[in-house]
Design a binder for this molecule. Structure first.
Ligand code: AMP
Ligand code: GLY
Length: 424
């Protein structure tokens, strides 16, 4: 069959890389893709949000399966639109993807389903939110209800910061309609981990654990980014904890979504905080994580197309998913200045040399081709990923590969996956 992958980041490169290994796939298209993706897929210049054009393309090429990477087309209802036209597509429906698209909706579902999560209050009124903050202890967390490209959550250390966050979201409307409502949540303390699960509307199968690094600088300092690196497994989650997560998070959410007439199909990503009093859900995403996917899929032994098809057909309970025991580490190389302003168009060298190292894969996140040359084209540029017998070896290999790559003002964190070492 021919497959269409939607998106253009490191996550989509990892999806294309894994899908290309399937014996069922004769050709892959990616809309819009990037320079790295173009080595394995034909990139088509259609934006991920342009649903009518994507439908037209999928119909014209008789695409057998479309895989949606990012959240925006999901929350806009791309899956419903494809299904209406009998086009096979992997991802949650518009209603179901509200688990990511509205933090208030996600909170309501969690409370109804009895899923452990932080205490919060919801406000539509700027003044009431301001008054509430004045009455609360700090630190405190202010969240825009809707999608804000990962920037809608502010962990405020002082009341001033919290009030500024409310002003940014509700006053200045920095994230537009996403700021119609805000959630003010207690600040949870602990170690974070992500668990993703394949879901078929009724059943789910958890993937291996992973953890990303959101802050720009070493030691989790500085502003939040889309993710500066990731590792898998995340040893903060042991087998017992994994069972608890299935019982307390995934099973009740699957049941509740089905009961509400919006069965959840696709990948459900649970962002967790492991606190002293147990686990709490921070957020859901309705898709694969980026850069978590870059460390999860290299560990997947099973054909990803088989898994996706069984999710669509409600047959996950007949599917066996196998994983490599090896650990994976992904170090993101970003453009200097990211997550603020940065320059595009810098010449990248050394990717081939990095990839020549055994068990190293260089996923492209923001690159473009100019003739033979690969240029920077985004804030996050590359995700240098390696597999190793354990996390320590994977770290060494990944940084060895990073050392081969060069472009003007490149930036990366030096401590990716160090958090995992204390468990060894
Ligand atoms: P979210 O998009 O909700 O996952 O938030 C982004 C990041 O903000 C998370 O990965 C956490 O680091 C942090 N965060 C979110 N909610 C809380 C909370 N209630 N307490 C502490 N940190 C939080
Ligand atoms: N790495 C976090 C996310 O994909 O939202």
């Amino acid at each position: 069959m021919e497959v269409l992958v939607i998106g253009s980041g490191g996550r989509e490169h990892a999806l294309v890389w894994k899908i290309a290994q399937s014996s069922k796939v004769s050709k892959i298209y990616c809309a819009p893709g990037n320079a790295g993706i173009s080595q394995k897929a034909e990139c088509v210049p259609i934006k991920a949000e342009n649903i009518p054009e994507l439908i037209r393309f999928a119909e014209e090429k008789e695409i057998g399966l479309t895989v949606v990477g990012p959240e925006v087309p999901l929350t806009k209802g791309i899956v419903d639109e494809f299904e209406k036209r009998n086009l096979r597509v992997f991802g949650p429906s518009k209603q179901a993807s509200r688990l990511e698209g509205s933090k208030v909706f996600a909170k309501e579902i969690m409370l109804e389903a009895g899923v452990p999560t932080g205490k919060c209050e919801i406000f539509e009124d700027h003044n009431k939110a301001t008054q509430y903050i004045k009455s609360q202890p700090v630190p405190i967390v202010v969240k825009a209800d809707g999608l804000a490209a990962g920037k809608g959550v502010i962990v405020a250390k002082t009341k001033e910061e919290a009030l500024e966050a409310v002003e940014l979201i509700m006053g200045k409307r920095a994230f537009g309609k996403a700021g119609d409502r805000i959630m003010i949540e207690e600040c949870l303390v602990g170690e974070e981990a992500s668990i993703l699960a394949f879901c078929d509307g009724e059943n789910f199968i958890s993937m291996v654990t992973s953890q990303d690094h959101k802050a720009i600088h070493d030691g989790d300092k500085g502003s939040n980014t889309g993710g500066m690196g990731a590792y898998s497994p995340a040893p903060v989650i042991n087998e017992h904890m994994m069972e608890t997560i299935s019982l307390q998070v995934f099973q009740p959410i699957m049941n509740k979504m089905k009961e509400k007439g919006m069965p959840y199909k696709g990948v459900l990503y649970a962002g967790l905080m492991i606190t002293e009093s147990g686990l709490k859900v921070l957020e859901f995403n309705a898709r694969f994580g980026d850069p978590e996917t870059q460390v999860i899929l290299p560990r997947l032994k099973t054909d990803l197309i088989d898994i996706m098809e069984s999710c669509i057909d409600g047959k996950l309970n007949e599917t066996n998913i196998e994983w490599e025991n090896e650990a994976a580490v992904c170090v993101v190389i970003a453009s200097g200045g990211y997550p603020g302003n940065y320059k595009k168009g810098e010449l990248i060298t050394g990717i081939k040399e990095a990839e020549a190292i055994e068990d190293v894969i260089v996923f492209h996140a923001g690159t473009s081709l100019e003739g033979e040359n690969i240029l920077t084209f985004g804030g996050r540029v590359l995700g240098v990923t390696s597999l190793g017998a354990n996390i320590e070896q994977a770290i060494d290999k990944a940084y060895g590969a990073v050392g081969k790559i060069h472009f003007n003002k490149m930036y990366f964190r030096n401590d990716i996956a160090d958090k995992a070492l204390k468990y060894l």
